[in-house]
Design a protein around this ligand. Structure first.
Ligand code: GDP
Ligand code: MG
Length: 443
């Protein structure tokens, strides 16, 4: 009894100022988390403003803090997913055509490793794949690619003597094209210093190999440098996709969001280790979950379903305030509880339900609640919208509902009793609003 009193009280006392404060406190927590994950500061603040506007919009206001929190999480989640969810269709190589894919990225970002991973990925899908090493800058670059390729049984091309990367790239691609390779992957160098030179090199290689797809490789720990770096690569080699590596490490890849936002280019794969099979298709949902530290996103989304029914809850609250509690209100409450699981707080707010939870197993509770739902599903609209008293006048209705729901007349009567209890409580709530405080509930 006390619980529903306090629920109603908090719904009534939730003034505008309280709500705004709650939203701001919760947003602050999320903003901090995002900044700590290296999401670009401008993005974070525009995100915060969007979300704040949304939440302060009258239509989306919820009645309690838990719901507000879930709503914020869900909104942040959706906004971030939208940010990293590339709208463009990812590149699909065509069978029996010569598809050239060029890799760009800084040294150590994971280009050579990811080249092999992608080669294996396409090879497994029935493409004839070849690897070209156009990194003539770093000593041992060709050997590294060669070893990877041999291990993965992928044909490769490179040179120990030629120092012009543009020339090696052109020769390698020409050779594989002649041999009717379907996917030709070109690995490039990525030295840190002399960046001007590097970008010029990318432009030149790109001009001779004419890639169908250029992929930028980005280390997940890149942080705030992501925006500037990805823009520079975009200008020189207009890449159409991003591979995010080292997602197995501590970095949550927040910087990558800035890269995506700054270049409007989707992430297509993530690297999750050094092994050739540590390679996954990029999923915005799992990426954002990891970023926000949400372990079980499914359960978050499930809980959100309840939040999205807040219109129903609001209508019920209004009814209660007017001293009414119809069978329809009861049905809506039941449905909400079914969604949240029988042990939720709301379950214990319903008279008789709290006792039920204490005394019987969860299985039995679920069974009883399902029975209630069946019973109410068998009622007519008129019956549902009533205060339930028309059943007392016409017992034949009870029998009809029992038959229709596959339950007994006793089951139906029990439910009506509970609803009557709620209706009486609603009336005393209304009375209390005009008197001194709220009386405790019977039962
Ligand atoms: P490149 O200089 O861009 O060609 O980078 P490399 O492919 O040589 O990779 C640099 C280092 O990062 C190597 O030691 C790789 O084994 C390692 N590496 C690449 N991708 C991943 C990844 O997804 N996870 C982890 N843990 N290590 C990676
Ligand atoms: Mg390399």
């Amino acid at each position: 009894g006390k619980r529903i009193n306090s629920a109603v009280n908090s719904a009534l006392s939730n003034s505008q100022d309280d709500y705004v404060t709650t939203v701001d406190v919760m947003l602050k927590t999320i903003v901090t988390a995002l900044l700590e994950s290296d999401v670009n500061i401008k993005l974070v603040f525009s995100l915060r403003n969007n979300i704040r506007t949304k939440l302060l919009d009258v239509k989306s206001r919820s009645t309690n803090n838990a719901q507000t929190k879930k709503l914020i999480q869900k909104t942040v989640f959706d906004e971030l997913c939208n940010l990293v969810d590339g709208e463009t269709e990812p590149f699909q190589p065509k069978k029996r055509k010569q598809n050239v894919i060029m890799f760009v990225g800084l040294q150590g970002s994971g280009k050579t490793t990811s080249c092999t991973k992608l080669a294996v990925y396409y090879s497994k899908r029935g493409f004839k794949v070849g690897l070209v090493c156009a990194d003539t800058f770093r000593a041992g670059a060709f050997d590294q690619l060669k070893q990877n390729a041999i291990k993965a049984r992928i044909p490769f091309y490179g040179s120990y003597t030629e120092t012009n990367p543009v020339k090696v790239a052109a020769e390698g691609v020409a050779k594989f094209k002649k041999e009717k390779f379907e996917v030709i992957i070109v690995d490039t160098s990525g030295r840190h210093r002399q960046e001007e030179e590097l970008f010029q090199e990318m432009v030149e290689i790109s001009q001779v190999v004419k890639p169908n797809q250029t992929i930028m490789v980005l280390d997940a720990s890149i942080g705030q440098a992501a925006e500037q770096q990805s823009k520079a690569f975009k200008d020189s080699s207009d890449f159409g996709a991003i591979i995010l590596t080292k997602m197995d490490g501590h970095a949550k890849g927040g910087g990558a969001i800035s890269a995506v936002a700054a270049t409007k280019t989707p992430i297509i794969f993530i690297g999750t280790g050094e092994h050739v099979h540590d390679f996954e298709k990029f999923s915005p949902k799992s990426f954002v979950s990891k970023l926000l530290g949400i372990g079980d996103i499914e359960s978050l989304l499930e809980h959100f379903q309840t939040v999205s029914n807040k219109e129903d809850t609001k209508a019920t609250m209004e009814n209660i305030q007017q001293g009414k509690f119809t069978l329809l209100d009861f049905q809506k409450q039941m449905q909400t509880i079914m969604k949240m699981g029988p042990l939720s707080n709301i379950a214990s707010m319903i008279p008789g339900m709290g006792n039920m939870l204490n005394q019987v197993s969860e299985e039995e509770t679920t069974k009883r609640m399902k029975k209630m739902v069946f019973v109410m599903d068998s009622m007519t609209k008129q019956e549902l919208e009533s205060d339930g008293r028309l059943f007392i006048d016409q017992p034949s209705r009870i029998i009809r509902v029992a038959r229709g729901s596959g339950t007994s007349a006793f089951d139906v009567e029990m439910i009506l009793m509970q609803q009557q209890m709620m209706a009486r409580m609603a009336q005393s709530t209304k009375a209390a609003q005009h008197g001194n405080g709220m009386p405790n509930m019977p039962g």
